[in-house]
Design a binder for this molecule. Structure first.
Ligand code: SF4
Ligand code: SF4
Length: 263
């Protein structure tokens, strides 16, 4: 499974230029928005998308669809990589129909609505993040697509209210770990090579296979993990993904705040 790409949309300089062209929503500011099945543009936004799927997105969608990670990725995704860090990012493949529609859209709306990707939940906001002394600093951008009638009416939202309404807390918390990992790799001279990229795919995007790997390689004999956490990792996807991030961080940097090697 290749993770190599030079897609300009993943080029951080060009992505930053795009973000800089968008209006920001500053602290205390609001935006007016409402999206319901009654809008005249219903479903119009679910096509021709460059839609990244983070590890947390894929975890939710695999669970939702009852698919193995291999089947899901084979059916719905293409891997690319961030140029600076070389870390993989899955992209949702649009259908090859004339409208290039999202594989999950139906006339009644999104088939995976409760587990739709974070990027779909965030719209019309974009969330730019970077590491700061206090953790993660956020910048909110307003993405106003010409076809979108959601701005014509509705209530006023602060970014925090919108993100709470769209239940993005768990998505952002997990995705921030990927941002942090990428920033650490870049700061240490990245990008990672193909082998490390493949390890990241296994540990972050293929939690079912990662569990097999944990078992086969007896990883719990090599790191300090309580029995309670071991049980959670082997049964709970969120716990497995957290461990995946810890393991990749430990493998790449020799240390991880949340995971210690056994002496
Ligand atoms: S996942 Fe759902 S909300 Fe997102 S683009 Fe596809 S159909 Fe639309
Ligand atoms: S185009 Fe805008 S208002 Fe219309 S369905 Fe999509 S998000 Fe909602």
């Amino acid at each position: 499974m290749s993770t190599q790409s030079t897609d300009p949309l993943l080029d951080e300089e060009r992505a930053q230029k795009y973000l800089d062209s968008l209006p920001t929503v500053e602290e205390g500011q609001t935006f007016c928005f409402e999206c319901t099945p009654d809008v005249p543009c219903f479903n119009r936004c679910c096509r021709q998308l460059t839609l990244p799927l983070t590890p947390y997105d894929v975890m939710r969608l695999c669970r939702r669809l009852g698919m193995t990670s291999a089947d899901f990725l084979e059916t719905f995704a293409t891997f690319k990589s961030f140029p600076d860090s070389g870390l993989p990012i899955a992209m949702l493949r649009m259908l090859k129909d004339p409208d290039e529609t999202c594989p999950f859209v139906t006339p009644a709306g999104c088939h995976v609505y409760d587990d739709r990707p974070g990027a779909c939940r965030s719209y019309p906001l974009g969330r730019g993040t970077r590491l700061s002394r206090n953790g993660v600093s956020e910048t909110f951008y307003l993405v106003q697509e010409a076809h979108c009638r959601g701005f014509d009416a509705g209530r006023d939202w602060t970014p925090q209210e919108w993100f709470a309404h769209e239940q993005l807390e768990d998505y952002n918390r997990s995705n921030d770990r990927y941002m942090r990992l990428g920033a650490m790799v870049t700061a240490s001279g990245g990008p990672v090579n193909q082998k490390v990229g493949n390890m990241a795919v296994l540990c972050l995007y293929q939690l079912d296979k990662f569990r097999e790997f944990i078992d086969k390689m007896k990883l719990f004999n090599r790191v300090e993990v309580s029995e309670e956490r071991q049980a959670a990792i082997m049964t709970d996807d969120e716990a497995a993904l957290e461990f995946g991030y810890d393991w990749v961080e430990l493998a790449l940097f020799g240390q991880c705040e949340r995971l210690k090697k056994k002496n």
